[in-house]
Design a protein around this ligand. Structure first.
Ligand code: PEP
Ligand code: MN
Length: 338
C-alpha cells in the first residue's frame, strides 16, 4: 500500500496512521520526494485501505500488491513524464532521441557533434567521461575536466547532457554540468549509488544490469524513488545470453513488460543492446513499435576512429537516415496503433 500524506500533516496525525499500521503488522518506510510525502506500507493484502484513507493528514491511499511499490503502474493513472527542462520532456509525447559518442574524446569532436545534433533537432547529447571498461588498459574517459568542456559547448548551444556517473564521489562534482545522470549496466545494482541519486533533483536513467532481471531493474528504480527522486528513466540495453552472434541480446519483451509494470518512461539502447552497427536501425524501429519512449544511440563522425565502441556507432549519414525512419515509424505507430 502507498499512502500519500498531506504536505502539512501534523506529527500526531502521522503517529495515528503509523499506530494503525503497526497494529496490523505492516512494515513501513517513509519516502519524502521532491514532489510528495509517501508512506510505503508492506503487509497484509486483504487490509481495507479505506481505514487509512479516511484518516486526517492522509491525502490518498493506493493498493499496490507488487513487491516494488512507488515505481509500480498500479497506483498511477497516467504514465509519468520526465521534464528535463521547460522545452524537453521525455515520456508519452512522442519518441525522444539522445545521441552522441560512446566517449567524449576532445573539444573538436564535441563541437562537430553539437553542430550535427542541432541541425537534426536532437537536443540531448550522450557521451561518457568516466568509462567503465572491461580492461584497465582501455581508454577510461576524459574525466571531470572533459565534462566541463562538454558542458560549456552544450550550454552555449542549448543541448542537454546525459552522462554516466560511476561512483558516489562523482555526483557532486558532476551535478552542475549535466542534465541526466546515467547509471550504467555494471552499476545497476550499486545500491549506495542509487540511494545517493535519490537525494539529487536531476533525472536519473538506470540501465538494466548485464544479467539483470526486469524486477531487479524495477527495484533499482525503487531505490532512487524511495530515496526522494521521482525523475527516473528505465533503460533496456541488452542482456548477456548464450548467443554469441552479437555482443548482447536486446530484449524487446522488456519494453512492453516495463510499460505494463511501471509508470516510468522506457528508453532503449540499441547500441549496447546489439553491439553491432547493422542492427541499430531494425532494433530501434522495433523498439518504437514495442512502445519505447525514446532511444539513446551511439554516433560518431568517424566510427572507425572512435576511442570506444566504434563497431556499434553510426556515422552522420547513417544517423540521418535512421532519424528519418524513426519519424516515419513513430507517425505510423501513432496513426495505426494508439
Ligand atoms: C554507455 O552507455 O556508455 C555504457 C557503458 O553502457 P552500459 O552501461 O549499458 O554498458
Ligand atoms: Mn559505449
Amino acid at each position: 500500500m502507498i499512502i500519500q500524506f498531506e504536505k502539512n500533516i501534523t506529527s500526531t496525525q502521522r503517529e495515528r496512521v503509523l499506530e494503525i499500521l503497526s497494529k496490523n503488522a505492516f512494515k513501513t518506510r517513509e519516502a519524502v520526494t521532491q514532489l510528495s510525502n509517501y508512506l510505503v506500507a508492506i503487509g497484509k493484502s486483504d487490509f481495507d485501505i479505506r481505514i487509512i484513507g479516511n484518516m486526517e493528514g492522509v491525502n490518498d491511499v493506493h493498493k499496490v500488491n507488487d513487491d516494488y511499490k512507488l515505481v509500480s503502474s498500479k497506483w498511477k493513472v497516467k504514465p509519468t513524464q520526465i521534464e528535463i527542462d521547460a522545452d524537453v520532456t521525455i515520456g508519452s509525447n512522442g519518441f525522444t532521441v539522445m545521441a552522441g559518442p560512446c566517449s567524449i574524446e576532445n573539444e573538436n569532436q564535441i563541437e562537430k557533434m553539437v553542430e550535427f545534433l542541432k541541425t537534426n533537432n536532437i537536443n540531448i547529447m550522450r557521451g561518457g567521461v568516466f568509462k567503465p571498461r572491461s580492461s584497465p588498459y582501455s581508454f577510461r574517459g576524459v574525466g571531470i575536466d572533459g565534462l566541463k568542456i562538454f558542458y560549456k559547448i552544450c550550454k552555449a548551444n542549448g543541448i542537454k547532457i546525459i552522462t554516466e556517473v560511476m561512483e558516489l564521489e562523482q555526483i557532486d562534482d558532476m551535478y552542475d554540468y549535466i542534465d541526466i545522470f546515467q547509471v550504467g549496466a555494471r552499476n545497476s545494482q550499486n545500491f549506495n549509488l542509487l540511494d545517493a541519486l535519490g537525494k539529487v533533483d536531476k533525472p536519473v536513467m538506470i540501465k538494466r544490469g548485464l544479467s539483470g532481471t526486469i524486477d531487479e531493474l524495477l527495484y533499482s528504480a525503487e531505490y532512487v524513488f524511495s530515496g526522494g527522486n521521482e525523475k527516473i528513466l528505465l533503460c533496456e540495453r541488452g542482456i548477456r545470453t548464450y548467443e554469441k552472434a552479437y555482443r548482447n541480446t536486446f530484449d524487446i519483451n522488456a519494453i512492453p513488460i516495463l510499460k505494463e509494470k511501471s509508470h516510468l518512461p522506457v528508453i532503449i539502447d540499441p547500441s549496447h543492446g546489439t553491439g553491432q552497427r547493422s542492427l541499430i536501425e531494425p532494433i530501434t524501429l522495433a523498439g518504437i513499435m514495442a512502445g519505447a519512449d525514446g532511444a539513446i544511440i551511439e554516433i560518431h563522425e568517424q566510427p572507425e576512429k572512435a576511442m570506444s565502441d566504434g563497431q556499434q556507432s553510426l556515422n552522420f549519414n547513417e544517423t540521418q537516415s535512421l532519424l528519418k525512419k524513426i519519424r516515419e515509424t513513430s507517425n505510423f505507430k501513432n496513426q495505426f496503433l494508439s
